[in-house]
Design a protein around this ligand. Sequence first.
Ligand SMILES: CC(C)(COP(=O)(O)OP(=O)(O)OC[C@H]1O[C@@H](n2cnc3c(N)ncnc32)[C@H](O)[C@@H]1OP(=O)(O)O)[C@@H](O)C(=O)NCCC(=O)NCCS
Length: 209
Amino acid sequence: MQVDYKGLTLIMRAIREEDILELVKYFSSMSLHLYTKGLFAQTPKNEFEWDEKNRKDPESCTWAIEPKDLGRAIGITSLHRINAYDNSCSSGIIIWDPEWWGQGVAGVAHIGRTYWAAYEHNRWTINSTVRTENVASRRALERVGYTVWGTEPLTTIRRNKRLAAHHLKWIHPEMADMLFAGQVPEMYQPGLERARVTLALASSVVTFP
Ligand SMILES: CC(C)(COP(=O)(O)OP(=O)(O)OC[C@H]1O[C@@H](n2cnc3c(N)ncnc32)[C@H](O)[C@@H]1OP(=O)(O)O)[C@@H](O)C(=O)NCCC(=O)NCCS
């Protein structure tokens, strides 16, 4: 999948062996993991095992994110539980190269991932969880239509700080009325509008070369 938007061209492709070694290099930083579920640096062996498990998992779809012409991946993004009986799934992203943070990569990758979930895999909702301090991650999700529906006051302790987390939900705008029997809660309306805009935009910026 390729997404061209706001001067960024991202190739979202299958993971290759060389990506795993690149990932391990960056996953040795605990700053990267401040807002992930990672608790310690990873060895190549651990990550090759993760890749083996992940690629065989029929419930997950993971893309390596590679800016066009860079020649290497800078992160990964995934959808999990993609075969859930209620047509939901969950999402995650890690841009491991901090040189690329704040340049719109998550925003652009989310357009492709959301389009794929909605129109290539018929998912009606996407769930995600974000530490409250991780403002960039929350904003990138909200931009494509996710809504914060609740906040857990304590999910973990890092660097002697108690970390809270927002729970977010993306709802397919064409399914919302059916899902809520015609009574979509007011709190989801702004997100639904952003989801509509995202899907319309995606149909012109997402391609499958
Ligand atoms: C968090 C992360 C995914 C954000 O990705 P990114 O490519 O840097 O984000 P973007 O550049 O697309 O920015 C997304 C939004 O956040 C804003 N933003 C970016 N950096 C920000 C910062 N440091 N503080 C506040 N807002 C910020 C952008 O302006 C943008 O908002 P907009 O859509 O309203 O313009 C990325 O930094 C990352 O992978 N970090 C490490 C692992 C991680 O935390 N993963 C997510 C776990 S939930």
